[in-house]
Design a protein around this ligand. Structure first.
Ligand code: ADP
Ligand code: MG
Length: 327
């Protein structure tokens, strides 16, 4: 699906998060990390949107902001047209049912002391959904949805008795048991072998097709995003640098950083496989004035422009946007 729905189910506007550390009581400034920098994104209903960037680019912070695990310094998040930040009471509980998350490491995200039944049932208990019989039915249905069949054979197992791929399926069942409308998958396959990862992609794809779940798929790999996503947004140091359909962005990347990410196999900055050349120059000194954040690493940087001003996000053609002076 290239144009899944039209109405955004989740929209972020100017979202900003700054982490401060080491600030003292006596007013001495500590370190300041701008993890998310005026990020604006709309994710359409029924869409799988990929948020792509290298480690430390702010991807997990975006998911933590959406989930309310961090509060933003600026900006808005709306789900289904309603402000999420500061949601309370019933509306907050509804939101925590509608929006579920799967993390990178299923071993850490699952409680080792709980059976698979208790793991998948726990969200139903927390939300006061169903009774003993209906819960068992729902847990079995969720396990089946996640490809763990026959579900009865898993109920009494513990996470350590399962493989990495099966554990991630349990995490997916635990998310799906609440029949969410939106799923955040934060690098869900980066701990898995390629063939197992591919099966998880297919499962996520099926969740969208069968249940209409919209998704924010977070990854450092454009190749992974291409497998799964309708559209992608590429972030660098918390800023959106390029956005477009997965196909267009990956086949015709514009931003030097997106090109560098595509070149990054097996290692960032190594010789190109696809003709773009080595795009990551040695670090230039960071200018004191406003500048493109990628300037210090960009071999295509234009002096007196990229080191003097910050580029705006420009629309190149329908749905393809890039923030770079070369365009
Ligand atoms: P990603 O998920 O893309 O790897 P993160 O969102 O985890 O990136 O981190 C973005 C930036 O914010 C990084 O520079 C990271 O070191 C910093 N950061 C993340 N969490 C915290 C925190 N709790 N305190 C201070 N800095 C943090
Ligand atoms: Mg992360």
């Amino acid at each position: 699906m290239d144009n899944a729905g039209t109405a955004p189910i989740l929209s972020m506007t100017d979202l900003t998060k700054i982490y401060r550390s080491g600030a003292s009581l006596f007013g001495k400034a500590g370190n300041r990390v701008v993890a998310v920098d005026h990020l604006s994104l709309d994710i359409n209903a029924g869409e799988i949107f990929g948020l792509v960037g290298e480690s430390g680019s702010g991807k997990t912070t975006v998911s933590r902001l959406i989930l309310g695990l961090e509060s933003p310094d600026d900006g808005r998040i709306r789900f289904d047209g309603r402000d999420v930040i500061g949601l309370k009471g019933r509306a907050r509980r509804r939101f925590t049912r509608d929006v579920q998350v799967i993390f990178q490491d299923p071993y850490q995200s699952l409680n080792a002391h709980l059976t698979i039944y208790d793991t998948v049932c726990e969200p139903l208990v927390i939300h006061g959904i169903g009774d003993r019989t209906t819960r068992l039915d729902r847990v079995c249905a969720a396990l089946e949805t996640a490809g763990l069949t026959p579900p009865e054979s898993y109920l009494g197992s513990y996470p350590h008795q399962l493989s990495g791929g099966q554990r991630q399926r349990v995490a997916i069942a635990r998310a799906m048991v609440l029949k969410p409308r939106f799923l955040i998958a934060d690098e869900p396959t980066s701990m898995l072998d390629a063939s197992i990862a591919f099966q998880i992609f297919r499962l996520l794809h099926r969740l969208r097709t069968s249940f209409g779940v919209s998704m924010l798929f977070i990854t450092h790999s454009l190749a992974a995003a291409r497998n799964l996503c309708d559209r992608v947004g590429v972030i660098y140091q918390g800023r959106l640098v390029e956005q477009g359909t997965a196909q267009e962005t990956i086949m015709h990347p514009r931003h030097p950083y997106t090109k560098a990410l595509l070149d990054a196999h097996p290692r960032f900055g190594c010789r190109s496989q696809n003709g773009y050349g080595t795009l990551l120059a040695d670090e230039r000194p960071r200018p004191d004035t406003d500048h493109c954040l990628f300037y210090p690493r960009c071999s295509l940087a234009v002096e007196d422009t990229c080191n003097r001003r910050a580029p705006m996000l420009k629309t190149l053609e329908a749905g393809h946007r890039v923030s770079c002076f070369l365009f």
